[in-house]
Ligand binder design. Structure first.
Ligand code: 13P
Ligand code: SF4
Length: 359
């Protein structure tokens, strides 16, 4: 989690404009800053009136990220805050699976997602029926689901994980004696976790051998689903080579949703919050971030003494749907409320709570 104490913002237009000017890219137009500052003040007023909190994922655009969230962070950090919040309303500035997680962990609160859809290519890569089929093909293998899944999939899951604890969750199951573990839906995160925990990988497509064939092999095996993040899938080792050539000594950070080849060619891999922390610590002059580009802007604003190499302008199209205007509309119009049927939520909560207990 980036911010453990509640973030505070200025409450006059001039101060908010000065605050945003210091955080937004230097070429940002003054009229635009005024407009954003105006909306941000309105959002913060509405937030107080409605006894609401705003949780802002690290991928939010700089104008929102630096002006309205009470807390910013990665999936795990924000889930923890959502679980213990006593606000009447939780506005989740992120995507649907994150808002669903907040609702599952704190069902008594109203949860609003400032975006009608808020999808995610990973969450959409697997259904509850797929998980049931996997279980029958690999009997006895526990199911680990990345938090980037919808509630129905979490309800079919033994234990959830996020990018910051996936290896710890799999190692925990190994210590409990499991040598066959199903990991879904992210193939790359699965492969990266397998490399970290010394396991073989079996890609669980329809042609892969089932449980019986696997039982005859001795090595511990992670059975991984074939989902991919449409953003992180675009980074290549050639990108890294080119940047290293141009900036010798550059420090490369990659999210574990990148391919294993990209992660292996990087200097560090971790969750969005872990990368934010690492950039603060490094003493290299240049760093390269292989993740969603708004986060790069947010990190650059925080680390003026270090130069971020701008490789791309890759934005997550789903995170991009959440804007300051949509956040204001969410609070004004009570939209879009996220609900999870109780029987699904109860089962999904158990898999999330097992994860939180592991830490
Ligand atoms: P984090 O949990 O690392 O914030 O990642 C969420 C995500 O969707 C990354 O693409
Ligand atoms: Fe999903 Fe990828 Fe967007 Fe993260 S960056 S929300 S994994 S599509």
């Amino acid at each position: 989690m980036v911010a453990v104490s509640k973030l505070q913002y200025p409450d006059t237009l001039d101060e908010m404009m000065a605050h945003l000017r210091a955080k937004l890219p230097p070429d940002t137009d003054s009229d635009l800053i005024r407009l954003r500052a105006d909306v941000a003040l309105e959002v913060n007023l509405l937030k107080r009136k409605r006894n609401a909190i705003i949780l802002g994922h690290n991928y939010m655009a700089p104008s929102l990220y630096h002006s309205v969230p009470d807390y910013t962070g990665d999936s795990l950090g924000l889930s923890r805050i959502a679980a213990s919040s006593d606000a009447d309303v939780i506005v989740f500035a992120g995507v649907r699976f994150m808002a669903e997680t907040a609702k599952i962990l704190n069902p008594g609160r109203k949860v609003l997602l400032p975006s009608a859809k808020g999808g995610c290519s990973l969450a959409e890569a697997i259904t509850a029926q797929d998980v049931r089929e996997l279980r029958s093909r690999f009997p006895g293998a526990p199911v680990v689901s990345y938090v980037n899944t919808y509630a129905e999939v979490k309800a079919e899951t033994d234990i959830c994980c996020t990018s910051s604890n996936a290896a710890a969750v799999v190692s925990h199951l190994r210590r409990e004696g499991h040598d066959r573990i199903i990991f879904l839906p992210d193939e790359y995160l699965g492969r990266n976790v397998a490399a970290e925990t010394g396991m073989d990988v079996l890609l669980a497509d329809k042609d892969a051998p089932g449980g019986e064939a696997l039982a005859s092999t001795a090595s511990p095996t992670l059975i991984v689903w074939h989902g991919r993040c449409e953003v992180h899938d675009k980074f290549t080792t050639e990108d890294i080579d080119r940047v290293r050539e141009q900036y010798p000594g550059v420090f490369v950070l990659a999210h574990p949703e990148c391919s294993p080849e990209v992660v292996a060619a990087s200097d560090y891999s971790g969750s969005t919050t872990a990368m934010i922390r690492r950039v603060r610590e490094i003493d290299a002059d240049h760093y390269l971030l292989l993740t969603e580009c708004s986060m790069g802007d947010n990190i650059a604003a925080e680390n003026p003494g270090k130069e971020m190499v701008r490789l791309c302008s890759l934005r997550c199209p789903h995170m991009q749907e959440v804007t300051l205007d949509e956040t204001m509309a969410a609070l004004e119009l009570d939209q879009y409320e996220v609900d999870v049927p109780a029987q699904v939520a109860d089962r999904a909560r158990a898999s999330l709570q097992r994860m939180i207990e592991i830490g």
